[in-house]
Design a protein around this ligand. Structure first.
Ligand code: ATP
Ligand code: MG
Length: 439
């Protein structure tokens, strides 16, 4: 408590200007930077410009975490950066940044920005901030103190304007400036606070956390495509399970995954979503590829399932009813979170395979096996069985069916139920009855 008080007094009492932290205090040597970011900084500095590695990479290196990518901030204009590096391109229409390519590495190089908003909406959300600025201004427009540390590769020092180093030690996610204003300027910062806290095992500092519950609804004003980008980072971070539950605790999921409330109300839905998230996190942390479409299919499955069952109970034909249900669920969801079509197409294929897994007679299982999305569909079925929605025996049957020789596959086929035909013609069939766990 006393320590915290002294730290705060020091923070407010500090003269304007940054703290320069030597390598002996932060421990990061220039060899730990990616070769591309080091080349970018050296070249820019030799040409007389300021250039630093900044953001997540510096934060992660100090914490001993492997950085995802290396971003560079510089006093040079994007055009100057572009001229200095043969393999580079300028991206962005309003605010240009340079991408510099070195083999498989792309270094994002952005010119210092002032953070002065040229245009805001009625809630205080910044619509345009195009002005270049100084290093100090660039630090002030960043989101959290731990994301505003500038690494100078020429002397291996870190320049800290906002007490980021102390917050790294204190495991604290603290917004720079007035929390209310900064969250109003860009509500996505609230999602980012939760993401960093979950990823790093930090707490969200009290004053930063306080307004989140009341400002959460501002996320609804953010363009759905931007929400999607941030959600993708969140879900592929290797900490999706913790982050999603924390979003729920902070009440932030309404503007992002409006259906999550409904899903997490049912024990079976919660169990299924948890299994999917844990599985995704294990894959991400092991460096294996993760399919966003699979994960989104899992997040919304119980919503689809509930609506589909209801439609079938009213006498609708199962196949068209499933198509209609999928479209309705996706329509509600994509208003908030613009899931690109290339993903929704795969999600639908995965969902549509599910009722087909229950048909194990005649030619049908062979047709299912030859589907392009069979593997994803089968993994999905496995999760459903683990959550108690369908019998384990069904998933085991498919596991065996896909791996044995043709003769054995023929022996595995299950005799059609009375009145059932074994051909590939469509037929009325209700979706699987009540879930196992609720029986
Ligand atoms: P990650 O490890 O997930 O890449 P990161 O901190 O590098 O974390 P990025 O989204 O790559 O996050 O952004 C790079 C940097 O840009 C951040 O560290 C932060 O300084 C700044 N930044 C990004 N988004 C915002 C925002 N919405 N508001 C203010 N600053 C931001
Ligand atoms: Mg980054």
């Amino acid at each position: 408590m006393i320590k915290k008080f002294i730290r705060q007094v020091l923070r407010f009492g500090r003269k304007a200007g940054p703290t320069i932290i030597p390598k002996s205090k932060h421990g990061v040597s220039r060899e730990q930077l990616s070769s591309g970011s080091l080349r970018v900084c050296d070249t820019l500095q030799q040409a007389g410009h300021e250039a630093y590695v900044v953001g997540g990479a510096v934060r992660d290196l100090i914490l001993g975490v492997k950085p995802k990518d290396f971003d560079v901030a510089t006093s040079a204009s994007p055009e100057v950066v572009h001229k200095l590096f043969r393999r580079s391109r300028l991206i962005g229409r309003r605010f240009k940044i340079a991408h510099v390519m070195f083999g498989s590495e792309t270094v994002e190089v952005s010119t210092f920005r002032s953070g002065d908003a040229e245009d805001k909406d009625e809630h205080g959300r910044v619509l345009r901030d195009n002005a270049y600025g100084t290093r100090e201004q660039d630090a002030a427009r960043r989101d959290f103190t731990t994301n505003a540390l500038y690494y100078d590769a020429s002397n291996e020092t870190i320049i800290d304007f906002h007490g980021g180093m102390a917050d790294l030690r204190g495991k604290s996610v603290r917004i720079i400036g007035d929390p209310l204003t900064r969250f109003r300027e860009d509500p996505v910062r609230m999602l980012r606070a939760v993401r960093f806290a979950s990823k790093l095992g930090f707490h969200i500092e009290h004053a930063t956390r306080a307004p989140i519950r009341s400002l959460g609804k501002l996320i609804e004003n953010v363009p759905p495509a931007r929400i999607f980008d941030e959600m993708l980072k969140l879900l592929l971070s290797g900490h999706a399970h913790t982050t999603l539950h924390r979003l729920h605790t902070e009440g932030l999921h309404h503007g992002v995954l409006p259906l999550l409330d409904v899903i997490l109300e049912q024990p079976l839905g919660t169990r299924f979503v948890n299994l999917a998230l844990e599985d995704t996190d294990r894959r991400a942390l092991a460096g294996k590829p993760v399919s966003p479409a699979f994960l989104f299919a899992a997040l919304f499955w119980h919503e689809v399932l509930a609506a589909w069952r209801a439609a079938c109970d009213k006498g609708a034909h199962p196949v068209p009813a499933l198509h209609q249900t999928m479209d309705e669920v996706l329509e509600v969801q994509t208003k908030k979170l613009a899931i690109p079509r290339r993903y929704t197409a795969i999600m639908k294929e995965i969902w549509l395979l599910q009722p087909r897994f229950e048909q194990r007679s005649g030619k049908r299982p062979f047709a299912v096996l030859s589907q392009e999305r069979f593997r994803a569909g089968y993994d999905f079925l496995r999760l459903r069985s683990q959550s108690g929605e369908v019998p384990i025996e069904l998933a085991d049957w498919w596991e065996r069916f896909q791996s044995v020789p043709h003769e054995e596959q023929l022996e595995m086929l299950i005799a059609p139920e009375s009145g059932e035909r074994s051909g590939t013609r469509r037929r009325r069939r209700k979706p699987r009855a009540e879930p196992q766990a609720e029986q």
